[in-house]
Design a protein around this ligand. Structure first.
Ligand code: ANZ
Length: 659
């Protein structure tokens, strides 16, 4: 086959580009702007084909827009705080900074070899003081606006990484990075009040016409708006508890009420702390994580109290009150009325604890003999066995009409609930942005005065110390402010905070007074086209949207609410995986094949290798391809041409050198 000399083509193209256009994005306000941004990388070592694809898409778009006469900004930076640096540094006896900077320099060189139209004068790195000092100031501003608070809370604890994880970072009950089963643990934590903006974040999705629908619907589900009502249940028994409030989306099933369940952290639990059995039960509950997923997957267990709850619509009926592990304290009121016939979770619980129940919804074509046994009926139909609610159509009339009845009798009221929880941002790690806070002798919070920012990480640190290394750094921890003694906060910020505003920093990367410059932000923002992986659909893309709301709040001079006008989620670059007899992964350049069917290990040509399915390139499975060799052999344009033309950018690409 004839081989094209891509190197010559590439050289011609680059000469043309140099003569005609500059990669630098100057503000020429007469021209229309185009801000093109790809998600910035974590400097983990080397770039792989996934990065090549992501950045090539942005590069093509930037060049195209530039040729159309737009004033293009196409910057690049490094999401350079985070655990891998700390772990790698510990293993190799290095400083995380050294490890990170070395990786940045390697990866930057590789990106340059790709000939991307990046404005390197705008380069930023989140672990640099120039960056994180502004973040500390934002933290203080948000605190002063009431958007940051501290509370003791159950958290998702990753026992391997020894850190807290946000709900978004727990996948199928396991830590997103370590894969360890997540536990529940009570800790004092800093929170961003993201739930304050639930409505704004939900409604804002309607404005994002240039976002993929799948991402919008993922965010919508995550924010999770529910329409229902709160009901006050009268309580009888030998404890001073008069009422328990529940949130329900199905008040129409009230005649099917068969037990009331509360969270182990519900305020009434204070009457049980001396009860050994209850304490054991509570400990048992701590073994499941705090996410709804982990609770849904786990066994449903309960602890019966002597209390009884009255049915507000049927005063003759009283049902037992339980503590149950599936009731979350931070959703609704931390209490549920159980209706086993029409909720599978309640049904499993009722069967387990032999609690009697009644069927109150039947499908439209069924007679009054319809009865639920093992499978809860959650579909449409008609209310029956329910006195004055009988005949209401489910769900069209039944919910609204029952709420009207409850409201008229003063027994409950309409309520909208959101699933979105506040964002816990404290991490027990060294390599992150220090939280600019200290505590006095009584544990009272003191913000670090602005003139003392940045709070720098101590250079000398023992990473082998158990838990958070900053915690054992006594000389760093104790400080004086105005001659008074304080102890520093030793938690650092979740690295997702770093990436929640970096796109603002690119607009004025060297502005030393503040995180951004208003005029520049007014010109460049929002990002016109953002390009990245769909794995960030909830985490990063929701946090960034929140951050804009938070900056906007009580701030006349900032009017951006949505950071990314257009979003494109590119498909993955995939490659098959190779495993030896001992189940060790091998990279594509460690294996060979003669017939394209059987693969062997180069080091030991007799050992046949198991070939696994093609999967998204990842360092952990060693199925990555380093673009450098291919660039050296065929030139950058050949690589870029292949990665763009092989399949549509939103679809996955199967990497092959033959291609
Ligand atoms: C009674 C009922 C009957 C319910 C029925 C459902 C079906 P969404 O739609 O997700 O908002 N719930 C309320 N607070 C809870 C808590 N803290 N922990 C666990 N579950 C809680 O779900 C609302 C439903 O979730 C509520 O409606 C409540 O159960 C439960 F046939 O109330 B339902």
């Amino acid at each position: 086959m004839e081989r094209y000399n891509f190197k010559i083509i590439e050289k011609k193209w680059q000469d043309y580009w140099k003569k005609n256009k500059s990669f630098k994005s100057k503000i020429d306000k007469k021209k229309k702007k185009f801000y093109c941004l790809e998600m910035f990388p974590y400097p983990s070592g080397k770039i792989h084909m996934g990065h090549v694809r992501n950045y090539t898409i942005g590069d093509v778009l930037s060049r195209f827009k530039s040729m159309q006469g737009f004033n293009v900004m196409h910057p690049m930076g490094w999401d350079s705080f985070g655990m891998p640096a700390e772990n790698a540094a510990r293993e190799n006896n290095l400083h995380p900074k050294e490890w990170t900077e070395k990786n940045i320099s390697v990866m930057k060189n590789q990106l340059k070899k790709l000939g991307l139209s990046i404005d390197w004068e705008r380069e930023i790195s989140t672990c640099s003081e120039d960056y994180y000092k502004h973040q500390q100031l934002f933290f203080i501003e948000l605190y002063n606006k009431g958007l940051v608070y501290r509370k003791e809370n159950y958290v998702n604890w990753d026992p391997v990484d020894e850190t807290v994880l946000a709900n978004e970072q727990v996948i199928d009950g396991k830590g997103w990075r370590s894969g360890a089963t997540v536990e529940r643990k009570k800790l004092n934590q800093w929170f961003f009040n993201i739930s304050k903006f639930s409505n704004e974040l939900l409604d804002g999705l309607n404005l994002l016409d240039n976002w993929p629908n799948k991402v919008k619907s993922m965010q919508k589900n995550w924010i999770g708006k529910s329409f229902g009502c709160e009901i006050n249940f009268k309580i009888e028994g030998d404890l001073p508890v008069e009422n328990i409030k529940c949130f329900t989306t199905r008040p129409d099933t009230l005649f099917g009420f068969s037990f009331l369940a509360v969270s182990v952290d519900h305020p009434i639990s204070k009457f049980f702390i001396k009860d050994k059995e209850f304490v054991n039960f509570k400990n048992e509950c701590s073994k499941t994580g705090t996410t709804e997923e982990s609770i849904a997957l786990g066994d449903k267990i309960g602890f019966k109290t002597n209390l009884l709850a009255k049915n507000p619509l049927n005063p003759d009926q009283s049902v037992p009150v339980y503590f149950a592990n599936f009731v979350l304290m931070d959703y609704g009121f931390g209490a549920v009325f159980g209706c086993p016939a029409h909720d599978q979770r309640d049904l499993d619980f009722a069967i387990k604890y032999k609690i009697p129940f009644k069927t109150v919804v039947k499908p439209l074509n069924e007679s009054d003999k319809f009865v639920v046994t093992d499978n809860a009926y959650t579909g449409p139909g008609e209310i029956f066995n329910s006195k004055f609610l009988n005949g209401f159509k489910v769900p069209e009339d039944s919910i609204i009409k029952t709420i009207e009845i409850l409201e008229s009798k003063n027994l409950g009221k309409k309520k909208i609930n959101f699933r979105l929880k506040d964002w816990g941002v404290s991490r027990q790690r060294y390599w992150g942005c220090p939280i600019p806070v200290a505590y006095d002798k009584n544990g009272k919070v003191k913000l670090i005065p602005k003139e003392n920012l940045p709070v720098r990480l101590p250079e000398k640190i023992d990473l082998k110390a158990k838990g958070n290394p900053l915690d054992s750094k006594k000389d760093w921890k104790s400080i004086k402010i105005d001659n008074e003694e304080f102890t520093r906060e030793t938690d650092t910020l979740d690295t997702f905070v770093d990436s929640s505003w970096y796109f603002l920093r690119f607009c004025s990367p060297s502005n030393s007074n503040y995180g951004y410059d208003n005029e520049e932000v007014k010109y460049w923002m929002p990002v016109d086209q953002y390009i990245g992986g769909v794995e960030h659909a909830i985490l990063h893309l929701l946090y960034s949207r929140f951050f804009m709301q938070a900056l906007n709040y009580k701030n006349e001079s900032f009017s951006i609410t949505e950071p990314f006008d257009g979003l494109f989620t590119q498909g993955m670059v995939c490659h098959e995986t190779y495993k030896d007899k001992k189940n060790k992964w091998h990279s594509p350049d460690e294996v060979f094949t003669n017939d394209g069917k059987k693969y062997f290990l180069l080091k030991n040509p007799k050992e046949e290798i198991k070939v696994g399915p093609s999967e998204s390139m990842s360092k952990s499975k060693k199925n990555t391809i380093d673009p450098e060799n291919i660039i050296n052999e065929y030139g950058a344009d050949a690589v870029r041409l292949f990665i763009l033309s092989d399949s549509p950018p939103e679809k996955d690409v199967q990497w092959s050198t033959q291609g």
